[in-house]
Design a protein around this ligand. Structure first.
Ligand code: SF4
Ligand code: SF4
Length: 180
């Protein structure tokens, strides 16, 4: 259960993908993996990229897919895509880093990777390097109501009560509310 809080501004970042414009050059994979190499730009390995391009050159099908959240469990239900008459692998366009496949995992450590919108950069580098504008960046401000999870609140209070005793917490809250 969530309780409502103050309204706050939040920046929502989106990368729009125009698959019709993508020519499968993989510049986006290159720059992303170089940016995330340690140290930065010391190497490039598409397996480290947070964007992967599904390529079917003979059919002129190129679909950039961004790495999303890590998931601990495989899906019970899956999607099947058919593009230009070809049926793709059930997991082909999935964004998740998942235990059932190697996609979106750091090749050395096996740790999941996720697109971080090139944190610290003005604009995502894959967008900048995509010379045919198949990727475009949009950032917009949204007003959101900050919510505090009731459970988190209760857990926090419980640990305070364990530490100081419930009576002391109640006395402190009563004293604080008198100050208002
Ligand atoms: S850089 Fe652009 S055109 Fe090249 S593969 Fe990536 S999205 Fe496609
Ligand atoms: S936005 Fe940055 S981190 Fe995300 S895929 Fe593009 S280059 Fe990689």
């Amino acid at each position: 259960m969530a309780v409502k809080g103050e309204k706050k501004k939040k920046t929502v970042k989106t990368i729009k993908i125009d698959v019709d414009k993508c020519n499968g050059c993989r510049a986006c994979e290159m720059i992303c993996s170089a940016f995330h190499a340690a140290p930065k730009y010391s190497s490039n390995n598409p397996a480290r990229s947070r964007i992967r391009v599904i390529r079917e050159p003979l059919r002129d099908v190129y679909v950039p897919v961004y790495a999303g959240e890590y998931t601990q469990a495989e899906c019970a239900g899956r999607d099947k895509y058919t593009i230009d008459g070809k049926e793709y692998d059930e997991c082909a366009f999935c964004r998740a880093s998942c235990p059932s496949r190697d996609e979106f995992k750091e090749p050395d450590s096996g740790l999941p990777i996720k697109c971080d919108m090139c944190e610290g950069e003005e604009e995502p580098l894959c967008v900048k390097w995509c010379l045919v504008d198949a990727l475009s960046y949009e950032a917009r401000e949204e007003e959101v109501e900050e919510t505090v999870e009731q459970e988190v609140l209760e857990t926090g209070l419980e640990s305070l009560a364990n530490k100081y005793g419930m009576q002391k917490i109640m006395d402190t809250v009563a004293r604080m509310s008198q100050k208002d």
